[in-house]
Ligand binder design. Structure first.
Ligand SMILES: [Zn+2]
Length: 374
């Protein structure tokens, strides 16, 4: 029977493999006998491989490191935004083989499933090993069966996305909240790799928040609700559509920032132009960008203070803000941090939507390893 211990073992081997049994036992707090018992179904079904013996030097005993089977198959990771699907084809280590972007309209489940299915067909035709799993991520709350409970960017409520895509493609589909999937990517192969704890803040069309503690991503029902979206950051800031003054959405989203500049200049401005105007010294754009920088710095400090994890990973399609105001963001984060606390470590992931799609592949790979073992 699949247990949490099996899932933890699969994650450790995926993330850290090839990894020696003694190191695995230490990480998972397992005896050698327990580790052998837990690894058995994975080895019997060819999901793990034992590498050739190598001496561990210290005591001269041979060890046989465990690793994920390199021929496990190929995976598709797909991130749905409000108007496009960003997709990567990966191997079992989440290494990218190919990538695609497919636009869709209207924002209906049928249009999105058609876009996802066309990508899966294209990947199937070029994948070096058969596709064995699909991971899909999107901004919103999802349940374990792959149903989308709510996705505001798509105006969706209760859509059976996973089951529908699975019947359209004949493949196993894992649906995950996009920030939860991104946190997996950051922990596994991204900016947070090697750190046992960190929070992730994403800015762009929305504001997202996720957390890793003790080497594990915090994955509760609340993780998909978008609780980072309306954190109060500036009592004198602009209003968000829900009426909060100076919340994270009002200050930090591309829509919120552009709306402020549009109101002042009397013409529409997109995010890239807004940042360019600020760099060129336009007073309106500069004020908006500086308020965003202070707000983001405050949010970084809040995340570090409340979680007691001094590392914060920044990601999302709004990383242009970091490029033009990094010193201000750092200064604002430091200002809200107790001098006795460790300085906040800010890591930036500029991989954009590729990182989100790769995160979706990562959750599909983890799901496949445990699904195929039992
Ligand atoms: Zn708000």
């Amino acid at each position: 029977m699949l247990t949490e211990s099996h899932e933890a073992l699969a994650r450790e081997v995926l993330i850290h493999g090839p990894i020696g049994r003694s190191a695995l036992g230490r990480r998972l707090k397992l005896s050698p006998a327990s580790l052998t018992r837990l690894a058995k179904p994975f080895l019997e079904r060819g999901l793990f491989v034992e590498l050739d013996e190598e001496s561990n030097g210290a005591v001269g005993r041979p060890v046989r490191p465990l690793d994920i089977a390199p021929d496990l198959g190929s995976f598709a990771g797909m991130k749905i935004t409000g108007d496009a699907v960003y997709a990567v084809l990966t191997d079992a280590r989440a290494q990218i083989i190919d990538e695609r972007v497919v636009d869709f309209a209207p924002k209906t489940p049928d249009a999105v499933i058609a876009a996802l299915s066309s990508i899966v067909s294209a990947f199937s035709a070029i994948a070096p090993a058969p596709l064995v799993g699909i991971g899909v991520s999107l901004g919103g709350a999802v349940d374990d069966s792959g149903r989308v409970i709510r996705a505001p960017f798509l105006d969706w409520v209760d859509v059976a996305l996973g089951p529908s895509l699975s019947s359209a493609t004949g493949l196993a589909v894992t649906v995950e909240n996009d920030v939860v999937a991104l946190v997996e990517a950051e922990r596994w192969f991204g900016a947070g790799r090697g750190r046992s704890g960190f929070s992730v803040i994403t800015i762009g069309a929305g504001v997202g928040y996720g957390l890793v503690v003790g080497g594990e991503a915090v994955h509760t029902r609340e993780a998909g609700v978008g609780l980072g979206g309306h954190v109060p950051l500036d009592p004198t800031g602009p209003l968000c559509p829900e009426g909060h003054r100076g919340c994270s959405s009002a200050l930090l989203t591309s829509i919120g920032m552009c709306a402020q500049v549009r109101a002042a200049l009397g013409r529409p401005v997109d995010y890239d132009e807004l940042l360019s105007l600020a760099v060129a010294g336009d007073p309106v754009a500069t004020a908006v960008v500086e308020a965003a920088a202070r707000g983001l710095g405050r949010m970084i400090a809040l995340a570090a203070n409340f979680t007691m994890q001094p590392t914060v990973v920044l990601a999302g399609d709004g990383m242009g803000l970091w490029k033009v105001t990094a010193p201000r963001i750092r200064a604002a984060a430091a200002a809200d941090r107790d001098p006795l606390a460790e300085p906040v470590e800010i890591l930036v992931d500029e991989a954009g939507f590729r990182a989100w799609a790769r995160g979706a592949a990562a959750v599909a790979i983890q799901a496949a390893v445990t699904r195929l073992a039992f």
